[in-house]
Structure formats: structure tokens, C-alpha cells
Write a protein that binds this ligand. Structure first.
Ligand code: SF4
Length: 259
């Protein structure tokens, strides 16, 4: 028997929330969203990318053996944390059995274990663990978001899927970016997507800087920091260690506190 999902986020979408069925509708519905809450509701029911909709729902239907008796979220995942953050963390996309299962970004998987533990050590999260959306976790002056809101096969969205999803992030950034002092991009995908957004917003005109772990780039009123992604590929192999992650977030905290 499948247990109802008790740990899902509060559903901001209702029966009247408009649904995007293609990229043009994402553009229209993101631009016309009157608030961050409306944006999150609209993006959480988006069906614009046929391949990703099929994948996220198929994963939710089949489930991993360890979660065989759980109902999965199986929908797009939105940004999480402060609406006026000083620090913004840019991921890639929800994990099939993490965010796609729990409905909250980086929640319920090993990547999230690494990220939230590091945020807690840096004083940016209320607790080091992230189990489900009702576990009491809050972020402190921090927001986590992502350029692609549906779990992709092999964690690899296609370019047209990245482009289709970009307007959701653009609208989110229009509200949250003014308070941000430091942006931590986890991996090259988030780095490139974030600079694309800056270019669209007219906040970056030069070539996109090369992504490296530890990179630091001055933008318009904030700094962009590069950090290897907290994926198991990096954390299991030692490519990314806890001290490396802690150093990036310590620098973000320092930048956010600067006068
Ligand atoms: S990836 Fe983005 S644009 Fe594509 S279906 Fe998911 S939320 Fe919609």
C-alpha cells in the first residue's frame, strides 16, 4: 500500500492555477505572475517539457525500492528559503529520488545531506539535516534555487529544456536578486545558467567567466562564487570535500556581511 505523502511542501497551486503546456506559456505565465507565491504555484504545475514530465511522473510511479511505500511529489520543484536572501545558492535540477520524491529542493538524498550540513556549519540553516518538507528546516538569509525545475534523466537536462525553464528562474531572480550579496553556483551548469540570466537582465555584458571551484567574480552589487556540485560523483570521489565546501560558504558569509 502506498502511504500518502505526509512530508510534501504546502501546495501553493490550486485547481485554478494556470498550467504552462509549452515554452511560450512559461514565458507568459512567469511574466504575469503577480508575486513569488503565484510564481511558485504556477511553476509547480508546469508541463512544458514533454520528456521531463514523462520522466518525473514515471519515476514517481515506479519508485525506488527503499521508498516503494511512499507517494512521490513527481512535479516541478521551486526555490526554497528566504524571499529576500543575502546569499543565493544555484543548483542544477531536482534529483529523481530526492526533490522529485519529497517536493523540496535537495531534500531526502545524499547531495542534500552534504549541502544542508555545510549550510548549518556556516550558520545559514537551522539544522544540518533535510528529510522532508515538514522537518522544521529553515534557511537563514539564504535561498536555494535551480535553473531546471523537473528531475531530468541522468541529471542531464537538454538545452531546449533548460531554455524553456529559464523564465521561471528569471522572474524569481527579479524579486530576490536585489537583496543578494553572494551567489554560490554549484557546478558549471548552474554557473552558466546564472550568467545567462544576468546577461538577459542586462547585468552582465562580458563573456561568461570560466567555471572553476573557488572562482569569484564581481557582478553588479554582488559576487558569484564557483563551487563543485554536491553530487555523489564529487563527494564520494573526494573531488569535493567538506573543508572545500565550508571555505566557499565561509566566503559567501563574509561577502554577505561586508558593509
Ligand atoms: S523543466 Fe521547467 S519548463 Fe520544463 S516542465 Fe519542468 S518546470 Fe516546466
Amino acid at each position: 500500500m502506498i502511504r500518502p505523502g505526509t512530508g510534501f511542501p504546502t501546495d501553493k497551486a490550486t485547481g485554478t492555477t494556470p498550467v504552462a503546456h509549452d515554452a511560450a506559456e512559461v514565458v507568459r505565465l512567469s511574466a504575469s505572475a503577480p508575486s513569488l507565491n503565484h510564481l511558485e504555484a504556477r511553476s509547480s504545475v508546469c508541463r512544458a517539457c514533454p520528456r521531463l514530465v514523462e520522466w518525473r511522473e514515471d519515476v514517481a510511479d515506479k519508485r525506488r525500492a527503499a521508498y516503494a511505500d511512499e507517494r512521490y511529489w513527481g512535479r516541478p520543484v521551486t526555490g526554497f528559503g528566504s524571499a529576500r536572501p543575502h546569499i543565493l545558492v544555484m543548483g542544477l535540477a531536482p534529483a529523481a529520488h530526492g526533490g522529485n520524491r519529497t517536493g523540496r529542493i535537495f531534500t531526502g538524498d545524499r547531495s542534500g545531506d552534504w549541502l544542508y550540513a555545510a549550510l548549518h556549519r556556516a550558520g545559514l540553516a537551522s539544522q544540518p539535516t533535510s528529510v522532508d518538507a515538514h522537518d522544521g528546516l529553515t534557511l537563514i538569509d539564504t535561498r536555494i534555487t535551480l535553473p531546471v525545475r523537473c528531475a531530468p534523466p541522468a541529471n542531464k537536462p537538454l538545452p531546449d529544456e533548460r531554455d524553456a525553464c529559464a523564465p521561471w528562474l528569471a522572474r524569481e531572480l527579479s524579486w530576490v536578486l536585489p537583496s543578494v550579496r553572494a551567489v554560490v553556483c554549484l557546478g558549471s551548469f548552474g554557473w552558466l545558467a546564472f550568467f545567462d540570466q544576468l546577461r538577459s537582465l542586462g547585468l552582465w555584458t562580458a563573456r561568461t567567466p570560466r567555471f572553476t571551484h573557488g572562482a569569484e567574480v564581481e557582478a553588479d552589487g554582488f559576487s558569484v562564487l564557483g563551487c563543485f556540485h554536491v553530487s555523489q560523483q564529487n563527494t564520494f570521489t573526494g573531488r569535493l570535500t567538506e573543508p572545500m565546501l565550508d571555505a566557499v560558504f565561509a566566503r559567501a558569509v563574509e561577502l554577505a556581511a561586508a558593509p
